[in-house]
Design a protein around this ligand. Structure first.
Ligand code: SF4
Ligand code: SF4
Length: 370
Protein backbone atom coordinates (compact mmCIF):
# COMPACT_ATOMS: atom_id res chain seq x y z
CA UNK A 1 0.00 0.00 0.00
CA UNK A 2 1.11 3.51 -0.72
CA UNK A 3 2.99 5.50 1.84
CA UNK A 4 1.05 8.56 0.71
CA UNK A 5 -2.55 7.50 0.39
CA UNK A 6 -4.86 5.76 2.81
CA UNK A 7 -6.29 2.42 1.76
CA UNK A 8 -9.69 2.57 0.06
CA UNK A 9 -12.64 2.28 2.41
CA UNK A 10 -14.43 -1.02 1.96
CA UNK A 11 -17.28 -0.41 -0.51
CA UNK A 12 -19.46 -2.79 1.53
CA UNK A 13 -19.08 -0.46 4.54
CA UNK A 14 -20.11 2.53 2.47
CA UNK A 15 -23.15 0.68 1.20
CA UNK A 16 -24.31 0.09 4.78
CA UNK A 17 -24.65 3.80 5.45
CA UNK A 18 -28.11 5.11 4.88
CA UNK A 19 -27.52 8.54 6.33
CA UNK A 20 -24.61 10.45 7.77
CA UNK A 21 -24.72 12.77 10.77
CA UNK A 22 -21.90 15.30 10.72
CA UNK A 23 -21.36 17.29 13.93
CA UNK A 24 -21.22 21.04 13.51
CA UNK A 25 -19.07 21.51 16.64
CA UNK A 26 -19.33 25.30 16.81
CA UNK A 27 -19.08 25.85 13.07
CA UNK A 28 -21.42 28.13 11.16
CA UNK A 29 -23.33 26.92 8.13
CA UNK A 30 -22.29 28.31 4.77
CA UNK A 31 -24.80 30.70 3.24
CA UNK A 32 -27.58 28.83 1.52
CA UNK A 33 -27.03 25.39 3.10
CA UNK A 34 -30.52 24.20 3.96
CA UNK A 35 -32.76 21.15 4.19
CA UNK A 36 -33.51 19.60 0.81
CA UNK A 37 -30.41 21.00 -0.92
CA UNK A 38 -28.34 18.47 -2.87
CA UNK A 39 -24.62 18.59 -2.06
CA UNK A 40 -21.62 17.09 -3.80
CA UNK A 41 -18.81 15.11 -2.20
CA UNK A 42 -16.33 17.52 -0.67
CA UNK A 43 -18.70 20.50 -0.85
CA UNK A 44 -18.16 23.15 1.79
CA UNK A 45 -21.00 23.06 4.34
CA UNK A 46 -19.88 24.95 7.44
CA UNK A 47 -17.07 27.22 8.51
CA UNK A 48 -15.28 28.00 11.72
CA UNK A 49 -13.96 31.33 12.91
CA UNK A 50 -11.11 29.43 14.56
CA UNK A 51 -8.28 28.81 12.11
CA UNK A 52 -7.29 25.64 13.98
CA UNK A 53 -10.67 24.06 13.51
CA UNK A 54 -11.02 24.38 9.77
CA UNK A 55 -14.04 23.92 7.59
CA UNK A 56 -16.56 21.14 7.29
CA UNK A 57 -17.05 19.50 3.91
CA UNK A 58 -19.61 16.96 2.87
CA UNK A 59 -18.13 13.46 3.12
CA UNK A 60 -20.39 12.19 0.34
CA UNK A 61 -22.78 13.37 -2.30
CA UNK A 62 -26.37 13.45 -1.12
CA UNK A 63 -29.23 15.61 0.05
CA UNK A 64 -29.42 17.49 3.36
CA UNK A 65 -32.14 15.77 5.32
CA UNK A 66 -32.05 17.77 8.55
CA UNK A 67 -30.18 20.54 10.35
CA UNK A 68 -30.67 20.62 14.06
CA UNK A 69 -28.10 23.19 15.19
CA UNK A 70 -25.66 20.53 16.37
CA UNK A 71 -25.34 18.37 13.30
CA UNK A 72 -26.05 18.08 9.61
CA UNK A 73 -27.85 14.92 8.56
CA UNK A 74 -27.21 13.90 5.02
CA UNK A 75 -28.98 11.21 3.01
CA UNK A 76 -26.35 9.80 0.68
CA UNK A 77 -27.36 9.86 -2.93
CA UNK A 78 -26.00 10.13 -6.43
CA UNK A 79 -24.04 13.18 -7.37
CA UNK A 80 -25.86 15.76 -9.33
CA UNK A 81 -25.99 15.16 -13.03
CA UNK A 82 -26.96 17.56 -15.76
CA UNK A 83 -28.12 21.15 -15.71
CA UNK A 84 -30.03 22.83 -12.90
CA UNK A 85 -32.94 25.14 -13.63
CA UNK A 86 -32.05 28.43 -15.28
CA UNK A 87 -31.38 31.37 -13.00
CA UNK A 88 -30.58 34.96 -13.89
CA UNK A 89 -27.55 35.99 -11.82
CA UNK A 90 -27.30 39.55 -13.12
CA UNK A 91 -27.93 42.13 -10.42
CA UNK A 92 -27.52 39.59 -7.59
CA UNK A 93 -24.99 40.39 -4.88
CA UNK A 94 -23.69 38.99 -1.61
CA UNK A 95 -25.90 36.39 0.07
CA UNK A 96 -28.46 36.26 -2.74
CA UNK A 97 -25.72 35.61 -5.27
CA UNK A 98 -24.08 33.00 -3.01
CA UNK A 99 -27.35 31.16 -2.71
CA UNK A 100 -27.94 31.21 -6.47
CA UNK A 101 -24.43 29.85 -7.14
CA UNK A 102 -24.98 27.07 -4.60
CA UNK A 103 -28.24 26.22 -6.35
CA UNK A 104 -26.31 25.92 -9.59
CA UNK A 105 -23.86 23.49 -8.01
CA UNK A 106 -20.88 25.61 -6.94
CA UNK A 107 -19.35 25.40 -3.47
CA UNK A 108 -18.17 28.78 -2.24
CA UNK A 109 -15.07 29.68 -0.24
CA UNK A 110 -15.30 30.78 3.33
CA UNK A 111 -15.50 34.55 3.66
CA UNK A 112 -12.08 36.18 4.17
CA UNK A 113 -11.24 37.32 7.70
CA UNK A 114 -11.78 41.04 8.40
CA UNK A 115 -9.03 43.05 6.72
CA UNK A 116 -7.92 40.17 4.51
CA UNK A 117 -8.42 40.44 0.75
CA UNK A 118 -10.47 38.15 -1.45
CA UNK A 119 -7.73 36.21 -3.19
CA UNK A 120 -7.96 34.71 -6.67
CA UNK A 121 -5.07 32.44 -7.52
CA UNK A 122 -3.93 31.62 -11.03
CA UNK A 123 -1.41 29.15 -9.59
CA UNK A 124 -2.37 25.49 -9.64
CA UNK A 125 -2.44 24.32 -6.03
CA UNK A 126 -0.77 20.97 -6.77
CA UNK A 127 1.99 20.21 -9.33
CA UNK A 128 -0.09 17.41 -10.85
CA UNK A 129 -2.78 19.93 -11.89
CA UNK A 130 -2.44 21.95 -15.08
CA UNK A 131 -5.79 23.72 -15.30
CA UNK A 132 -5.16 27.27 -14.19
CA UNK A 133 -3.19 28.79 -17.05
CA UNK A 134 -5.20 26.89 -19.67
CA UNK A 135 -8.41 28.43 -18.34
CA UNK A 136 -7.02 31.99 -18.30
CA UNK A 137 -5.55 31.75 -21.78
CA UNK A 138 -8.36 29.86 -23.52
CA UNK A 139 -11.41 31.54 -22.00
CA UNK A 140 -10.37 35.10 -21.08
CA UNK A 141 -13.90 36.49 -21.48
CA UNK A 142 -15.39 33.85 -19.16
CA UNK A 143 -12.59 34.38 -16.61
CA UNK A 144 -13.17 38.11 -16.72
CA UNK A 145 -16.87 37.55 -16.05
CA UNK A 146 -16.00 35.13 -13.24
CA UNK A 147 -13.87 37.84 -11.59
CA UNK A 148 -16.82 40.22 -11.77
CA UNK A 149 -19.05 37.62 -10.06
CA UNK A 150 -16.45 37.07 -7.32
CA UNK A 151 -16.31 40.83 -6.73
CA UNK A 152 -20.11 40.90 -6.30
CA UNK A 153 -19.99 38.02 -3.83
CA UNK A 154 -17.89 40.01 -1.37
CA UNK A 155 -18.38 43.60 -2.57
CA UNK A 156 -16.69 45.36 0.35
CA UNK A 157 -13.49 43.31 0.36
CA UNK A 158 -10.11 44.35 -1.03
CA UNK A 159 -9.09 42.04 -3.89
CA UNK A 160 -5.92 40.44 -5.13
CA UNK A 161 -5.13 38.26 -8.14
CA UNK A 162 -2.03 36.09 -7.70
CA UNK A 163 -0.31 35.42 -11.01
CA UNK A 164 2.71 33.20 -11.80
CA UNK A 165 5.88 35.12 -12.68
CA UNK A 166 6.71 32.61 -15.42
CA UNK A 167 3.72 33.78 -17.51
CA UNK A 168 2.88 37.06 -19.24
CA UNK A 169 0.50 39.29 -17.32
CA UNK A 170 -3.18 38.50 -17.88
CA UNK A 171 -4.72 39.92 -21.02
CA UNK A 172 -8.16 40.40 -19.50
CA UNK A 173 -10.12 43.09 -17.74
CA UNK A 174 -8.73 43.12 -14.22
CA UNK A 175 -8.80 46.81 -13.25
CA UNK A 176 -10.61 45.99 -10.05
CA UNK A 177 -8.22 43.16 -9.26
CA UNK A 178 -4.74 44.36 -8.32
CA UNK A 179 -2.28 41.67 -9.38
CA UNK A 180 0.63 40.30 -7.45
CA UNK A 181 3.24 38.20 -9.23
CA UNK A 182 4.23 35.22 -7.25
CA UNK A 183 6.14 32.03 -7.93
CA UNK A 184 6.73 29.51 -5.26
CA UNK A 185 6.89 25.73 -5.48
CA UNK A 186 4.32 23.44 -3.94
CA UNK A 187 3.11 23.53 -1.15
CA UNK A 188 3.33 27.36 -1.22
CA UNK A 189 0.97 27.46 -4.22
CA UNK A 190 -1.75 25.94 -2.10
CA UNK A 191 -4.40 28.19 -0.45
CA UNK A 192 -3.42 27.91 3.23
CA UNK A 193 0.30 28.33 2.52
CA UNK A 194 -0.21 30.86 -0.27
CA UNK A 195 -1.89 33.14 2.25
CA UNK A 196 0.98 32.60 4.65
CA UNK A 197 3.61 33.40 2.03
CA UNK A 198 1.76 36.60 1.04
CA UNK A 199 1.92 37.75 4.66
CA UNK A 200 -1.82 37.19 5.18
CA UNK A 201 -1.31 34.71 7.97
CA UNK A 202 -1.70 30.98 8.11
CA UNK A 203 -5.25 29.76 7.80
CA UNK A 204 -5.89 26.06 7.51
CA UNK A 205 -9.27 26.64 5.88
CA UNK A 206 -7.87 29.07 3.25
CA UNK A 207 -10.67 31.54 3.79
CA UNK A 208 -11.46 33.80 0.89
CA UNK A 209 -9.24 31.97 -1.63
CA UNK A 210 -10.78 31.23 -5.02
CA UNK A 211 -8.90 29.16 -7.57
CA UNK A 212 -9.01 29.62 -11.33
CA UNK A 213 -11.43 26.78 -11.82
CA UNK A 214 -13.99 28.36 -9.49
CA UNK A 215 -13.63 31.66 -11.39
CA UNK A 216 -14.21 29.82 -14.69
CA UNK A 217 -17.34 28.11 -13.35
CA UNK A 218 -18.67 31.38 -11.92
CA UNK A 219 -18.13 33.10 -15.28
CA UNK A 220 -19.91 30.29 -17.08
CA UNK A 221 -22.87 30.35 -14.69
CA UNK A 222 -23.13 34.13 -15.01
CA UNK A 223 -23.26 33.85 -18.81
CA UNK A 224 -25.76 31.05 -19.03
CA UNK A 225 -27.67 31.26 -15.75
CA UNK A 226 -27.44 27.52 -15.28
CA UNK A 227 -25.06 24.80 -14.16
CA UNK A 228 -22.38 23.93 -16.72
CA UNK A 229 -22.85 20.76 -18.78
CA UNK A 230 -19.10 20.21 -18.81
CA UNK A 231 -16.52 20.82 -16.12
CA UNK A 232 -12.81 21.33 -16.52
CA UNK A 233 -10.98 18.33 -15.06
CA UNK A 234 -7.36 17.22 -15.04
CA UNK A 235 -7.09 13.51 -15.87
CA UNK A 236 -3.61 12.05 -15.47
CA UNK A 237 -2.36 15.68 -15.53
CA UNK A 238 -3.97 16.46 -18.92
CA UNK A 239 -6.86 18.93 -19.20
CA UNK A 240 -10.31 17.88 -20.36
CA UNK A 241 -13.85 19.23 -20.41
CA UNK A 242 -15.83 16.36 -18.94
CA UNK A 243 -19.64 15.96 -19.07
CA UNK A 244 -21.18 16.76 -15.68
CA UNK A 245 -21.77 13.70 -13.52
CA UNK A 246 -19.58 11.29 -15.53
CA UNK A 247 -18.21 8.49 -13.35
CA UNK A 248 -14.46 7.89 -12.96
CA UNK A 249 -14.92 4.44 -14.51
CA UNK A 250 -16.29 6.00 -17.69
CA UNK A 251 -13.74 8.78 -17.60
CA UNK A 252 -10.91 6.25 -17.60
CA UNK A 253 -12.63 4.23 -20.30
CA UNK A 254 -12.72 7.24 -22.62
CA UNK A 255 -8.95 7.57 -22.36
CA UNK A 256 -8.43 3.79 -22.63
CA UNK A 257 -7.41 3.21 -19.02
CA UNK A 258 -8.87 0.41 -16.97
CA UNK A 259 -8.41 0.40 -13.18
CA UNK A 260 -7.03 -2.98 -12.04
CA UNK A 261 -7.40 -4.55 -8.58
CA UNK A 262 -5.03 -2.83 -6.20
CA UNK A 263 -4.85 0.39 -8.25
CA UNK A 264 -5.78 3.57 -6.51
CA UNK A 265 -7.95 6.40 -7.81
CA UNK A 266 -7.31 9.82 -6.30
CA UNK A 267 -9.55 12.83 -6.70
CA UNK A 268 -8.19 16.34 -6.62
CA UNK A 269 -4.56 16.04 -7.61
CA UNK A 270 -1.84 13.61 -6.69
CA UNK A 271 -0.46 15.48 -3.70
CA UNK A 272 -3.60 16.96 -2.27
CA UNK A 273 -5.88 14.19 -3.51
CA UNK A 274 -8.15 11.93 -1.57
CA UNK A 275 -8.72 8.27 -2.36
CA UNK A 276 -11.95 7.26 -4.05
CA UNK A 277 -13.76 4.01 -3.28
CA UNK A 278 -16.67 4.05 -5.71
CA UNK A 279 -15.70 4.34 -9.35
CA UNK A 280 -19.32 4.30 -10.50
CA UNK A 281 -20.60 7.44 -8.74
CA UNK A 282 -20.81 10.57 -10.87
CA UNK A 283 -18.33 13.32 -10.11
CA UNK A 284 -19.54 16.71 -8.99
CA UNK A 285 -18.31 20.19 -9.72
CA UNK A 286 -15.95 20.22 -6.73
CA UNK A 287 -13.62 17.64 -8.21
CA UNK A 288 -10.62 19.20 -9.96
CA UNK A 289 -8.78 16.08 -11.07
CA UNK A 290 -8.87 12.30 -11.36
CA UNK A 291 -5.70 10.22 -11.21
CA UNK A 292 -5.25 6.51 -11.61
CA UNK A 293 -2.22 5.23 -9.73
CA UNK A 294 -1.17 1.75 -10.71
CA UNK A 295 -0.65 -0.70 -7.86
CA UNK A 296 2.92 -1.30 -8.96
CA UNK A 297 3.67 2.41 -8.46
CA UNK A 298 2.23 2.64 -4.98
CA UNK A 299 5.60 2.15 -3.34
CA UNK A 300 6.93 -0.11 -0.63
CA UNK A 301 5.30 -0.99 2.67
CA UNK A 302 6.17 1.41 5.53
CA UNK A 303 9.19 0.46 7.63
CA UNK A 304 10.00 1.50 11.19
CA UNK A 305 10.90 5.12 11.91
CA UNK A 306 14.64 5.83 11.56
CA UNK A 307 14.55 8.95 13.72
CA UNK A 308 16.09 11.06 10.93
CA UNK A 309 13.68 14.00 11.43
CA UNK A 310 13.45 14.60 7.68
CA UNK A 311 9.68 14.88 8.10
CA UNK A 312 9.97 17.73 10.55
CA UNK A 313 12.66 19.48 8.53
CA UNK A 314 10.40 19.86 5.48
CA UNK A 315 7.22 20.81 7.34
CA UNK A 316 6.24 24.39 6.37
CA UNK A 317 4.65 24.80 9.80
CA UNK A 318 7.44 23.11 11.76
CA UNK A 319 4.93 20.74 13.31
CA UNK A 320 6.22 17.92 15.54
CA UNK A 321 5.31 15.32 12.94
CA UNK A 322 8.38 13.24 13.86
CA UNK A 323 6.67 12.46 17.19
CA UNK A 324 3.86 10.86 15.29
CA UNK A 325 6.12 9.13 12.77
CA UNK A 326 8.05 7.25 15.39
CA UNK A 327 4.92 5.81 17.04
CA UNK A 328 3.29 2.65 15.71
CA UNK A 329 0.07 3.38 13.82
CA UNK A 330 -2.01 1.68 16.48
CA UNK A 331 -0.97 4.24 19.10
CA UNK A 332 -1.72 7.36 17.04
CA UNK A 333 -5.21 7.83 18.46
CA UNK A 334 -3.81 7.81 22.02
CA UNK A 335 -1.12 10.48 21.51
CA UNK A 336 -0.99 13.21 24.14
CA UNK A 337 -3.49 16.03 23.84
CA UNK A 338 -0.65 18.54 23.48
CA UNK A 339 0.77 16.69 20.47
CA UNK A 340 -2.69 16.34 18.96
CA UNK A 341 -3.35 20.04 19.50
CA UNK A 342 -0.19 21.12 17.67
CA UNK A 343 -0.73 18.62 14.85
CA UNK A 344 -4.30 19.84 14.46
CA UNK A 345 -2.87 22.80 12.53
CA UNK A 346 -1.73 20.47 9.76
CA UNK A 347 -3.55 20.96 6.46
CA UNK A 348 -2.29 17.63 4.97
CA UNK A 349 0.15 19.02 2.44
CA UNK A 350 1.95 15.68 2.43
CA UNK A 351 5.53 17.01 2.37
CA UNK A 352 6.49 14.99 5.44
CA UNK A 353 5.26 11.74 3.88
CA UNK A 354 7.17 12.43 0.66
CA UNK A 355 10.37 13.11 2.60
CA UNK A 356 10.18 10.05 4.83
CA UNK A 357 12.81 7.46 3.83
CA UNK A 358 10.90 4.77 5.77
CA UNK A 359 7.65 5.48 3.86
CA UNK A 360 5.74 6.09 7.07
CA UNK A 361 2.10 6.90 6.18
CA UNK A 362 2.23 10.45 7.52
CA UNK A 363 0.13 11.99 4.77
CA UNK A 364 -3.28 11.49 6.29
CA UNK A 365 -2.48 11.44 9.98
CA UNK A 366 -4.64 14.44 10.74
CA UNK A 367 -7.80 12.53 9.96
CA UNK A 368 -6.73 9.95 12.51
CA UNK A 369 -6.46 12.35 15.38
CA UNK A 370 -9.15 14.96 14.79
S1 SF4 B 1 1.36 17.29 6.07
FE1 SF4 B 1 3.30 17.04 7.11
S2 SF4 B 1 4.64 18.61 6.21
FE2 SF4 B 1 2.53 19.17 5.68
S3 SF4 B 1 1.91 20.58 7.31
FE3 SF4 B 1 1.24 18.54 7.93
S4 SF4 B 1 2.92 17.78 9.21
FE4 SF4 B 1 3.72 19.50 8.08
S1 SF4 C 1 11.09 11.14 8.16
FE1 SF4 C 1 10.19 9.11 8.58
S2 SF4 C 1 11.91 7.94 9.38
FE2 SF4 C 1 12.51 10.08 9.55
S3 SF4 C 1 11.82 10.73 11.61
FE3 SF4 C 1 10.15 11.20 10.21
S4 SF4 C 1 8.80 9.39 10.33
FE4 SF4 C 1 10.80 8.77 11.15
Amino acid sequence: MSSIFKPWPEPSELAKLTELATPLAGRVLVKGVKVGRPVGQGQLLAISQKPRQGSLRSPRAGVIKALNGREIILTPGPNRVGPARARDLSGLEGEELAEALLDLGLSLPEEPEPGSPLLVTALDPDPSLTLAQALWSEWPAIMSQGLAVAARLYPKRPRLLVWPSSRPAPNIVVETWPTQIHNRPFPWTWGPFLKKSLGLGYDRAARGVLDSRAIYLMGLMERRGRAPHHWPLAIQSQNYLVPAGLSPKNIFKTISLEPQPGDLVALGGLWLGRPLANLDAGLDAEVTAVHLIRARRLGPEPGPCRGCQACRAVCPLDLPIDRLGREPLSSWPSLSNATKASLALCPDCGQCALACPAHRPLRFFSSWIK
